[in-house]
Ligand binder design. Structure first.
Ligand code: BES
Ligand code: MN
Ligand code: MN
Length: 462
């Protein structure tokens, strides 16, 4: 056994306690009230990277006039393996908001062990997975007297969950600091427990707000109701025309550029261990699944675009009753993109379609909050081969290659701007409740993930 793995095994409980400390920091990137907490998480990580022996550790500020409120990047490197490849290890230390709070069995920012899982916001997405990288590096450094089997750069971001504009700008400037041969990203899931998985495709997205305005001010609904336009009704009518009942998006041209998966990829998905009824009952928990006829669940979520409404704001939502016709109503609406859709074109299509279906008496504004491109990862390279070999050693199974319906905007930017292939080696599980109450990380996956990353880096450097 590699002595780095030996070290990792001997220090499992310390690693877990350190992760708990990180999870206690409520680094919610979308909420300005948590700005200092997000920075605190960055500082704690920078200090830990320094302690384990990484060099040039620093925070890279992204809070600029062009990007107000941006959260810092954490950078570190260790470049003392001449002739060996350079890895760029990416992760994000920000988390989604914890609400609805009353549905958590233990508080979101008090990490709690139950049934072999660690429950907390960020446990798996992505603090727990990002921290596997840090602990793999620590184990390798200790086991090799301060050396690593390859060159390593670490880049952590604090605004992945809000679109990653800061890191995108930094990566687009192609800094010498990011010169590398491949990226390692642990922010995805295993297809099933115990089944080693590499993710080779992500959906992109545009996240928008549709604001509808009617009267110049809020109005008494008795005095004006029937004559004044109601922006909530208009917004509902607009939303109802974005998708038909089968789930097909009605925006003209939206499907024109889609490149379907190859017959080989579709055949590979067919042979994955997927039970649609189990998925419906245990993961979704609805009476039926929806989606365009003629596609499987995996195609719906991995290879087709989707449009979702996340919330509708405005008007009166307090306790009791208020008879008002609000002057405006706003909906948060996103579209997930698949290759070769682009955020720019999709946003233009959505905006002009909304203008074309406006009910009488209202105006609409469609605003882009953030966006990211879809990506497909090449698999025919030595890094993916080393990853499958490492996973085979640790999990004693052949790796499955999947796509994911989620988005990690920077992965596409790594390919486009830095020409880096990414290895997306994730250890989340389908029932980990990402972005939901009771998010968790299977503790044994945290440990085996560290071992997988150690072996992967050792094999790439061998
Ligand atoms: N780690 C997730 C994405 C993910 C989840 C990939 C599950 C594969 C499997 C990431 O943190 C995330 O949630 N991204 C956001 C995108 C962002 C632009 C808001 C998403 O997908 O909603
Ligand atoms: Mn994530
Ligand atoms: Mn997330």
């Amino acid at each position: 056994m590699s002595s780095a793995i030996d070290f990792a095994r001997q220090h499992q409980s310390r690693f877990l306690e350190e992760l708990k400390a990180l999870l206690r920091i409520p680094s919610v990137s979308t909420d300005p009230a948590h700005k200092a907490d997000v920075r605190h998480a960055a500082e704690v990580l920078a200090a830990e990277l320094k302690r384990i022996g990484l060099e040039n550790v620093r925070l890279i500020e992204t809070d600029t006039p062009a990007h107000p409120g941006g959260h810092p990047l954490v950078y570190a490197d260790h470049l003392h393996a001449p002739g060996k490849p350079t890895a760029l290890l990416y992760g994000h230390y920000d988390v989604q908001p914890p609400d609805p709070l009353d549905e958590w069995l233990s508080p979101a920012f008090e990490p709690t062990e139950r049934n072999g899982n660690l429950y907390a916001r960020g446990a798996v997405d992505d603090k727990g997975q990002m921290y596997m990288h840090v602990k793999a590096l620590e184990s390798l450094l200790v086991a090799n007297n301060g050396q690593l089997p390859l060159n390593v750069r670490v880049l952590l971001e604090g605004e992945e969950e809000v679109g990653g504009e800061g890191i995108a700008t930094y990566v687009a400037s192609k800094p010498a600091d990011l010169a590398a041969d491949f990226a390692l990203v642990s922010d995805t899931e295993m297809f099933a427990p115990g089944l080693p998985t590499l993710c080779v495709g992500l959906r992109g997205m545009i996240y928008t707000e549709i604001e509808v305005r009617g009267a110049k001010t809020d109005l008494h609904s008795g005095m004006y109701g029937g004559a004044a336009p109601n922006p909530f009704v208009a917004l509902a009518q607009i939303i109802a025309r974005l998708k038909d009942e089968s789930g097909r998006i009605l925006i003209p041209g939206l499907y024109d550029k889609i490149i379907p998966p190859s017959p080989e990829e579709l055949a590979a998905w067919q042979s994955l261990p997927f039970d649609e009824e189990h998925y419906r009952l245990t993961e979704v928990g609805s009476s039926t699944l929806v989606g365009e006829p003629g596609y499987s669940v995996l195609e719906h979520t991995w290879a087709r675009p989707t449009l979702d409404v996340h919330g509708i704001m405005g008007g009166f939502t307090g306790v009791g009753a208020k008879t008002v016709i609000p002057a405006k109503a706003t909906a948060k609406v996103s579209i997930r993109l698949v290759p070769a859709m682009t955020p720019t074109e999709t946003f233009a299509q959505l905006s002009s379609y909304v203008q074309s279906i406006l009910p009488p008496g209202v105006e609409a504004q469609v605003r882009l909050i953030h966006s990211g491109d879809p990506c497909l990862i090449p698999v025919d390279n030595p890094y993916v081969r080393a990853a499958t070999a490492a996973l085979h050693e640790v999990w004693a199974k052949e790796t499955v290659f999947i796509r994911s319906g989620g988005s990690i905007p920077i992965v596409g930017d790594f390919a486009r701007n830095l020409n880096l292939p990414s290895v997306m080696m994730g250890f989340g599980l389908p029932d980990d409740n990402l972005h939901a109450p009771n998010e968790k990380f299977l503790i044994s996956n945290f440990y085996l993930g560290i071992e997988s990353i150690i072996r992967f880096l050792e094999l790439v450097g061998a």
